[in-house]
Design a protein around this ligand. Structure first.
Ligand code: FMN
Length: 193
């Protein structure tokens, strides 16, 4: 797909067909991920591929707990209608992990998030590659990291950049509109001519 078209074609998908993701396509998606920019080329990411139904249900349970916390905390009312079926319905969930110790030189000068930034770029590459292959995907973060770590046996020295449900989309995903970019010239606050 042409790049400009691909960027707009990738939409957050929250409903999936049952069809499995082929190993070849998974390889291609991961390969796109690992070509993301990253500090000192330390490649801080790791990938945990979840396809077992029981494991997906456990992830959903952790996500439902997070949803309940939002509701208990009087978060936005629409949250009660947010349906997380897709966590069990997607044929595959890719949990993108990173080693926060691989953040490059940033920690010397107050930039601690290099590994997360790199893993985020990795996720975006993966999502674009997935869209190019006709898959839908979502960057999902409604969970308490420690709860998800417990369920998936993730060690203390790894963090979670996101859970990416992946599969053939069922139905159309609407593109939420974008605002015009807010741009300043030379110093912040000056919007130029
Ligand atoms: C860091 C990050 C976390 C997100 N977490 C969630 C999430 O937990 N659940 C969800 O449904 N969407 C999540 N999203 C998706 C956004 O809601 C979505 O990207 C946004 O509404 C724009 O829609 P689009 O991706 O179709 O362009 C997340 C996106 C990002 C970048």
């Amino acid at each position: 797909m042409e790049f400009k078209e691909l960027v707009k074609e990738r939409r957050s998908c929250r409903s999936f067909e049952k069809e499995a993701v082929s190993e070849g396509h998974l390889d291609a998606i991961l390969d796109a991920g690992i070509w993301a920019p990253n500090p000192l080329n330390l490649q801080p990411w790791e990938f945990l591929i979840v396809t077992e139904g029981e494991r997906k249900s456990e992830i959903r349970a952790v996500a439902e707990e997070a949803k309940q916390k939002v509701l208990d905390g009087e978060g936005p009312g629409w949250v009660s209608k947010y349906d997380m079926d897709f966590l069990e319905g997607a044929p595959m969930l890719i949990v993108v992990l990173y080693d926060p110790g691989k953040s490059g030189l940033g920690p010397f000068f107050g930039q601690e998030q290099g590994a997360l930034q790199a893993s985020s770029a990795c996720i975006q590459n993966m999502m674009l590659a997935a869209a190019d292959l006709g898959y839908g995907s979502l960057w999902f973060t409604w969970f308490e990291p420690q709860r998800l770590k417990d369920v998936l046996n993730i060690p203390e020295n790894r963090e979670i950049a996101g859970v990416i449900p992946l599969g053939r989309p069922s139905g159309e995903s609407k593109a939420p509109p974008r605002k015009d970019p807010k741009v300043y010239r030379d110093t912040y606050g000056d919007e130029g001519p």
